[in-house]
Design a protein around this ligand. Sequence first.
Ligand SMILES: *Cc1c(COP(=O)(O)O)cnc(C)c1O
Length: 367
Amino acid sequence: MFSRRLKRLTPYVPGEQPRDRSYIKLNTNENPYPPGPEVERVIARYNPETLRRYPDPTCTELRASAAAAYGVRPSQVFAGNGSDEVLSFAFFAGFDSAVAFADPSYSFYPVYCDFYGIEAKKVPLDDQLGIDIETLASTPDVDGMVIANPNSPTGSYLAPDRIETALNQYSPDRMVVVDEAYIAFGGESVVPLIDRFENLLVVHTFSKGASMAGLRLGLAFGSERIIDALFRAKDAFNSYPVHDLAQRIGAATLAEPSYYRAICDRIIATRARVFDSLTGSGWQVVPSRANFMFVKHPVLAGRQLYEALKERGILVRHFSTPELTDYLRITIGTDEEMDALLTALDAVTEGNTLSGVDAWPSSHPDR
Ligand SMILES: *Cc1c(COP(=O)(O)O)cnc(C)c1O
């Protein structure tokens, strides 16, 4: 029983969602603030009778709302059941034999490669833990590249002009996927470039900036040619992946962005405060444009810190791969949650600070 394809797979391992006790949950980059007032309104007006019917397979209203919000045409928008699904369709539609992406980056990319039998050409980060886009873009014998910007788990950021330069030099026959899951936390989107680069696909999610990881809604922006290709992939897999309620909530949210701008600005302010506090105590902290921070203690190992925090009711993300094992990825929560984190870290690291250790450069050129 079971296919060779299945036996060969190594599935993605999501961050823990424990049910045994309540934690301060800083491990899966969820937004600590609730969804906006428009969501309650849509749910209150939702008629259960609607559930009798299949949802709109082409997400007409949602895509119109996204097009208006981003200044593109509806035909340049795709919607899927979370951006994970959108990315999966993009890998299927765009890549035959090989694709280049940074290492480390979003750990789902190698899983899609595995799933579709695509070779993953991994390009190490630069010495500041940023994406080396020049090397990425010059990787030979690939069908395209995927860039998470800001990157995960590091939070490092590429300014749009660096992506534009890479696109200018890149073969228009190769697809370039820019995964902007964290773009709401201080980055600038490359969606405006889709008119000029027919091979560019920009992927967004409602899970992080829009505070609705549970809704499972992702969007993609690209040329009509790429969007048609994604629809072709979707319609060979599931005609109705996006729930009707998700389509309605998404459309309403895109029409009222001010609440989300405000909560993301709060997260950015909290991030700056935590950055100063940790670098001040000798931690190495990668400057982040995301709603998390990638941090390393000068003495204590990542696993040890992860365990000690968990005992104190705080969950952070630790990756056991050798290059990442010294680090923790910590989601930016509310100010109160981050104060609890800083207090716990002080207690856990007491007596283990190396004086005179150079902190990570406290300002990172935004290259
Ligand atoms: C969280 C995340 C996603 C997945 O988002 P969903 O829309 O919840 O599936 C995609 N890419 C990156 C880099 C992420 O961190």
